[in-house]
Design a protein around this ligand. Structure first.
Ligand code: PMP
Length: 374
């Protein structure tokens, strides 16, 4: 029973079929001038079109990368390279993924001032907090759309509205890894200049993601090579993975119907888990329903995780990228050490069912009865 879909998702049949097909039958280099190159290029262009339409972009605004870590690095470092003469203030949140946090941190050494907005105790970031942080000398705002540990939805379009009045030349970047393919997204209504995503979070392969860059935004490149991806990400494109990404996007189905189903599943999980007196819910009420963070009071996350694993139930003790460390997201929310040490992240996909949640509840009851308290 897989309840760790925010770490990664099971690749869907269409993604696997596309990858196999390209490796076997369409293995040319898309930059080659002969027909094999042309076939590979056609497949890549078609994939770009399908992926662009998922977020309301046009194909020339999509740049394939090795994943969201690389896309976030490119977004932030290229923006800083462009804007460093204009100003040095970067605004972000304290609950971003490390591919954002550590990248902006690296810029502090170059003289940038970084403001990390703290969430409230629910994990939400208020419009007031954004207004206080975004000042006329701000050059870059980086906000994730959905937090990967607790599922809070950050007010990205509100940030754009504030920026329009306060710092209209600043760039807005959004790490949308936990939202793309799960919630309806339109880059234009969101108002973002840059947005990133990763295929393996939506039943696609690992090692492929994209950077959306608004066609009116020009950024200097960070790396140099054969000019692929219009110089934003040189290097021979991974057509098999790109095609696998396309297959995953084509298999999403109806995003709104999936979201409705997940809303019901999430509400059911909150109801059933809240009936267990030893469980507290850490996710905010209005969170993205694909994620539910809980604490099993008195028991260590890792001990619980391995107990659940022995029952074939797979969850996470936080973010998969922060293996073994206490959650900085829950810490930023002001949660106690007890809550942080006993946190579990349950993350769903459209294939999970109510029965999974009932089995999880039974397993947690058994764990609390059998395991030693911390
Ligand atoms: N941002 C967020 C919010 C994530 O959850 C992840 C994956 N854990 C990443 C970025 C990094 O994505 P990738 O694995 O594609 O590098």
């Amino acid at each position: 029973m897989y309840l760790d879909n925010s770490a990664t998702t099971k690749p869907c049949d269409k993604a696997i079929e596309n990858i196999n097909n390209v490796l076997l039958n369409n293995w040319g280099n898309p930059s080659s001038l002969h027909t094999l190159g042309m076939y590979a290029e056609n497949e890549m262009n078609d994939s770009r079109k399908v992926i662009a339409s998922l977020i309301g972009a046009v194909p020339q605004e999509i740049f394939f990368t090795s994943g969201a870590t690389e896309a976030n690095n490119i977004s932030i470092l290229c923006s800083a390279k462009k804007l460093k003469k204009q100003g040095k203030r970067i605004v972000t949140s304290a609950i971003e993924h490390h591919s954002v946090l550590d990248t902006v941190k690296s810029l502090e050494a170059e003289g940038f001032e970084v403001v990390y907005i703290k969430p409230d105790s629910d994990g939400n970031i208020s419009e007031e907090a954004l207004s206080r942080a975004i000042t006329p000398d701000t050059v870059l705002v980086s906000l994730m759309l959905v937090n990967n540990e607790v599922g809070s939805v950050l007010p990205v379009s509100k940030a754009k509205a504030i920026m329009k009045n306060v710092c209209p030349r600043a760039i807005l970047h959004c790490d949308a890894v936990q939202a793309v393919g799960k919630m309806p997204i339109n880059v234009n209504s969101l108002g973002v200049d840059l947005l990133t995503a990763s295929a393996h979070k939506l039943h696609g392969p690992k090692g492929i993601g994209f950077l959306y860059k608004n066609k009116n935004l020009h950024l200097p490149p960070l790396t140099f090579g054969g000019g692929q991806e219009k110089d934003m990400r040189p290097g021979t494109e991974s057509v098999p993975l790109i095609s696998g990404f396309k297959g995953a996007v084509q298999s999403i189905g109806n995003i709104n119907a999936n979201l409705e189903y997940l809303n019901q599943l999430h509400a059911f999980a909150v109801e059933k888990l809240s009936e267990l007196e030893f469980v507290s819910i850490n996710s905010p009420e209005n969170c993205c329903p694909y994620i539910l963070n809980i604490s099993v009071n008195g028991f260590r996350s890792e001990t619980l995780l391995h107990f659940l694993e022995s029952k074939n139930i797979f969850v996470s003790s936080g973010s998969a990228c922060a293996k073994g460390k206490g959650s900085y997201v829950l810490a930023a929310m002001g949660k106690s050490a007890d809550i942080i040490d006993s946190a579990l992240r349950i993350s769903f996909c459209k294939h999970n069912k109510e029965e999974d949640i009932l089995l999880l509840c039974d397993a947690l009851k058994e764990a609390v009865g059998r395991l030693k308290k911390r």
